[in-house]
Design a protein around this ligand. Structure first.
Ligand code: ADP
Ligand code: MG
Length: 541
């Protein structure tokens, strides 16, 4: 029991000692751990601090750049605002200068118009253009020709456009050196020049038309030289239209009409209207191609040309149809063309043995006494004022009897007081072939035709010659053709002769004849320049 008591005590002591030792041990571990944790914490804190420092530095840096960026953006906006303001000012300035330029342009346009008319007058009222057509397959076909030319290659090209004012013809005779001859005209078209190019030079004349001048454009040349092609278009007689893809191939007549309507569309509405007549001069007789029989069917009726008391040419009872646009016009012309008398010659199967004259009569209505609003240049204004008051009553009577006026036709406005009408005429002429009889190989009725054609063409040459020499008497009445064209050939009317030339050797004689005709017609303009300084008595007879 003693032992047991002792050992229990010892055990308890041991246990206590162990406990104390453990306690001691534990507290030293705690201290160690504490130290380690403290050290670690200190390290962490340090790195945290340096991280925070870094972060704040970075933040400062970034906010600085942001600030710069914001500043730059603000500055940019300010600059843009300034630029915008500048632009606005500039736009305003531009708008103003545009307005000024537009006003100046308008003024210049008026001046140009006046200058254009003086220039046209200075150049003379007759100008001659020459168009050389390309060599074509039918040029190869053997034809009649002088014996001297027989050895030559008929299809050799002998007529060229040397430049846009000069025609060069290589004239060669067997056994002789070839001689180059040149002819000068206002404009020469080479064989590849388009219908567009030809019309571009014709268009300015139409401005004169609306300025109150009569205008005549005629194609002169032998059969097959391109007269109908130039005036109407390629082999579309009786079938002209604006809708086809061949529109670029259309000739002067349809284009001029389109241009006239375009010019009219720029004028006050209702102040202009257009009537059309289509006639053919065949064997020195005038046929009205728009006359209708009692069934309304179109058929050719013979008409006569007379000289009115005012000395103007007029065709009583001639059918004038009012047209409102170029398509209506073409429709009428097509109808007229279907009646055209044709007679195939050996030269070219579609040769026309008659002169075709398409006339557009443009009536201008002017209210009040003043033409100034329509015609800027004083001279025209005065001239038309005079004309309107003296010829108008007569014209009006004619109008009532011959026009197939429509209900809407402004002719009805005639009762209006202080209203005047002025008529100007555009005559578009496809002349009959100018070839010699020998070449076409015609006899009998065709020979008669040819002699009528030759007579009317030489009457035309005589008329132009008389005008050139300022003879007091101009023989307009020697042929129906010249009588019919009197008002658009003489006086202050403007005439354009479009010489058509076949380039082949085979046609040399004919081409030289045409070029001679054109050169003589051109003499007229030198006479006209003189006329401006020394007024001569009226040529109308
Ligand atoms: P004309 O009326 O003088 O007798 P055409 O106008 O009928 O002659 O022309 C004869 C032929 O030549 C036609 O087939 C026509 O299409 C053609 N022709 C005329 N001129 C030209 C040209 N400049 N370009 C192409 N072909 C043309
Ligand atoms: Mg023809």
């Amino acid at each position: 029991q003693g032992l047991a008591g002792r050992s229990t005590k010892e055990v308890l002591q041991l246990y206590a000692a162990h406990g104390q030792q453990m306690k001691l041990q534990r507290s030293s571990v705690v201290t160690q751990l504490h130290g380690a944790i403290k050290k670690r914490l200190k390290q962490d804190l340090k790195s945290l601090r340096s991280f925070a420092l870094e972060l704040s530095k970075d933040f400062q840096r970034q906010s600085k750049t942001c600030l710069y960026q914001v500043l730059a953006a603000v500055q940019g906006i300010q600059l843009q605002n300034e630029a915008m303001q500048m632009f606005q000012i500039k736009a305003f300035d531009l708008e103003q200068s545009l307005q000024e330029v537009t006003e100046r342009y308008e003024k210049e346009k008026q001046k140009r118009k006046a200058l254009h008319n003086s220039l046209v007058e200075l150049r003379g009222n007759i100008r001659v253009h020459c168009r050389i057509r390309p060599l074509l397959p039918f040029d190869d076909a053997a034809g009649h020709s002088g014996s001297q030319d027989r050895q030559r290659n008929f299809s050799d090209k002998v007529a060229y456009a040397a430049d846009d004012e000069t025609v060069l013809v290589k004239c060669s005779r067997p056994g002789h050196a070839s001689v180059n001859k040149t002819f000068q005209f206002e404009r020469v078209y080479h064989d590849l020049e388009s219908q567009d190019a030809v019309f571009a030079d014709v268009a300015p004349l139409l401005t004169s038309l609306l300025d109150g001048y009569n205008v005549c454009i005629m194609a002169y040349g032998q059969t097959g030289s391109g007269k109908t092609y130039t005036m109407l278009g390629p082999q579309i007689e009786g079938n002209l239209s604006f809708s086809t893809e061949e529109e670029s191939e259309l000739g002067i007549i349809p284009r001029a009409t389109e241009e006239v309507f375009r010019l009219i569309s720029e004028k006050p509405p209702g102040s202009y209207w257009v009537e059309v007549s289509v006639v053919e001069v065949y064997n020195n007789e005038i046929f009205d191609l728009l006359a209708k029989n009692s069934y309304g069917k179109v058929f050719g009726v013979k008409r006569d040309v007379v000289t009115t008391r005012e000395g103007k040419s007029d065709v009583p009872l001639l059918t004038h149809e009012t047209v409102e646009n170029a398509s209506e016009f073409l429709h009428l012309v097509n109808k007229g063309l279907q009646l055209r008398v044709t007679h195939p010659t050996l030269v070219h199967a579609h040769s026309s043995r008659s002169h075709l004259v398409v006339t557009l009569t443009i009536t201008t209505v002017v209210f009040g006494d003043n033409f100034g609003t329509l015609w800027e240049d004083e001279q025209t204004s005065q001239r038309l004022n005079k004309e309107a008051s003296c010829t108008f009553p007569q014209k009006m009577r004619d109008n009532k009897s011959t026009s197939s006026s429509r209900a809407s036709s402004p002719v009805q406005l005639e009762a209006t007081e202080k209203m005047k009408q002025v008529k100007t005429r555009l005559q578009l002429v496809d002349l009959a072939g100018s070839e010699c009889v020998g070449m076409s190989g015609v006899t009998g009725a065709a020979l008669r035709e040819t002699s009528f054609i030759n007579r009317s063409l030489s009457a035309l040459a005589d008329v132009l010659g008389a005008i050139a020499e300022q003879r007091p008497h101009v023989p307009y009445r020697n042929s129906k053709l010249t009588h019919l064209l009197q008002d658009s050939v003489g006086g202050d009317a403007k005439l354009l002769v479009m010489l058509c030339i076949s380039p082949g050797q085979k046609y040399l004689t004919e081409s030289m004849q045409s070029l001679g005709f054109g050169s003589r017609a051109r003499q007229v303009h030198r006479g006209q320049v003189k006329k401006k300084n020394f007024p001569v008595p009226s040529k109308a007879k």
